[in-house]
Every structure is written in structure tokens, then in C-alpha cells.
Design a protein around this ligand. Sequence first.
Ligand SMILES: O=P(O)(O)OC[C@H]1O[C@H](O)[C@H](O)[C@@H](O)[C@@H]1O
Length: 313
Amino acid sequence: MVERANKPSALAATPGLPPQAQVNISDDNSMVTAQLPTGETIEILLHGATILSWKDAAGDEKLWLSENAKLDGSGPARGGIPLVFPVFGTNSGHAVEKLPQHGFARNSRWEFLGKSTSEGATAGVKLDFGLSSQNLDEATRKLWPYAFGLIYSVTLDRESLNTTLVITNDGEVPFEFQTLLHTYFKVNDIESVQVTGLEDSPYVDKLDGLKVKNQSGTVTFTGETDRVYTPAKGPSHPIVISDGGKPRFRIVRDNLDDAVVFNPWVDKANSLADFTPKDGWRKMVCVEPGSVSKWQTLEKGDAFEAAQTIYLE
Ligand SMILES: O=P(O)(O)OC[C@H]1O[C@H](O)[C@H](O)[C@@H](O)[C@@H]1O
């Protein structure tokens, strides 16, 4: 059952009942945080429903966040897991061409819809967030005049983080969209990172005139990287990020055919005003499950559901 978290204080454990996750809304109403009884934590900024932090029970951060990421709603946050909808990048000649890069979802104020918890050894918490056409400002509604609903569910348990997006067409006409979960993983050293699960897969190289190439072997990093893979092994085959020879993250996609791999390296990081520290590119890699190489069409009354689950290795 979904219930609204108390505001602003935490839901304290009730004596005699099994411990459950504690959920807080910040005093300024900008952030939702949750902590499992076993210590894992998560922080979600309502601006963009952007997951800013995910820590394991030992307090180790799993996501990379820029030190000067915008957290005041003045723009999308650099780092964590921004949500891309309804366009990836920009797209000329399409109905979305006037929208900002990566669309409006990451730069809109979402509503916190509530939480549900599970108890016992696998105690977890699910937090639901919503955005609809009615939440958009008039200027954005004019640029993309469709009636839509987004429900974004973030589920944290001891071993994994799941982010599920349900998109509904609540209007009278079909619309086309792209979507992506722009996950910034925190790593120790990008030059020791290997991404497996993309072997023999075609990819579009955004840094080489959108040429279509083929991945041979694992993905390693020696310079700026910006590629849209359509993994050959299908959506349910995991993509694994290893760091220093050890597997760290296993990503399972559901209904997301593509995976973008991105690292800005020196020059691009320097060109991004909100990217700090400037050598932070050494400590991050983006592996971004999405549906971006083509357009999804959503007919009136239809829904599209997609997800990523990230397991800690
Ligand atoms: O700077 P942003 O708009 O957040 O985009 C950051 C990056 O997102 C994706 O990974 C794209 O493939 C890149 O081309 C882009 O540079």
C-alpha cells in the first residue's frame, strides 16, 4: 500500500513492530530521503525526481554527483540519476525540436506520491513520484502540447536499486517519445573501468559523425566517450561495470533497448560549468539504459513501462 510519509519528521520504528524504512521530506520540501533498517540510504531531489545519492550500509556512495550540481531548481542536477523524457539530446525536424536537451522531466518539479515498505530480511522501500502535463509551465506545455502522466518508482533494498518509469498518454492524440535513465556511477579510476555485456553490439559514435560501429570485446576508456549502444544480447542480458578488475555494478534493463555510455574526459568536463571538480571525470562513468535510437509511439490511453535494476556486485 502506498502511504504518504510524515512531514517533516521521520516515521520512527514502532516498538513491537518489525523495523521498517524511515522516510523523510526535507523542511524546504525539496528532497525525499529514505533509510533502510540495515543502513542503506537514498536521496531524491523533487526537482527532476533526480536520485542524488545511493549509499550501501557501510556508507559507501554508489553515484557520482558534481560538487556544484544545481540543487535549487535552477537547472538539471549534474550527476546522480537524471531522467530523460521526452527526447534524448535534441532532435531537429521533430515535434520535440524546441525542447531543451534531454527534455523537461529532469528540469521539472515532481510530486512525491508516497511510499510503501516491505519488512523482514529483505526489507526495502519504494518511493513514488509523479509528473503530468498539468505540472509543466505554460511555455513548456506549448512546446510539447500532449497530455501525459509519468509515475517514477524508486525501490531500494539491500542489494539493489530499481527505477521504474510508467508513461501514460492521457490525451486524445498519439505522441512519440524517447526516454533514458542517465545514471552517473561513481568509480575509483575510469582508466581501470571495463564495461561488459556490450560485446559484438552495434553503436552510434556521437563523437565520430554518428557513424555506426561494432563493439569488439569489453568497453574501456582512454578518452572522451559518447556512444549509443543497442546491445546485441537483448534487454535482459546484464551490463556489468568493473573497476580495478572487480565487478561493481550489474545493470538489468527492462523494456529499454539501448544503453548510452558516456565519459566527458578532460575538455568536455572543462566545458561543462556545473562539472566539479574538473578532474571528476576520472571518478565517474555514465551507463544509461534507455529507448533512444528510435521513437516510441504511445496511442491515446496506452501506457509504456520500463525499468533498470542496478545490483551491487
Ligand atoms: O550536459 P547534459 O545535457 O546533461 O548531457 C550530458 C551527456 O548526456 C548523454 O550521455 C549524451 O550522450 C551526451 O552527449 C551528453 O553530453
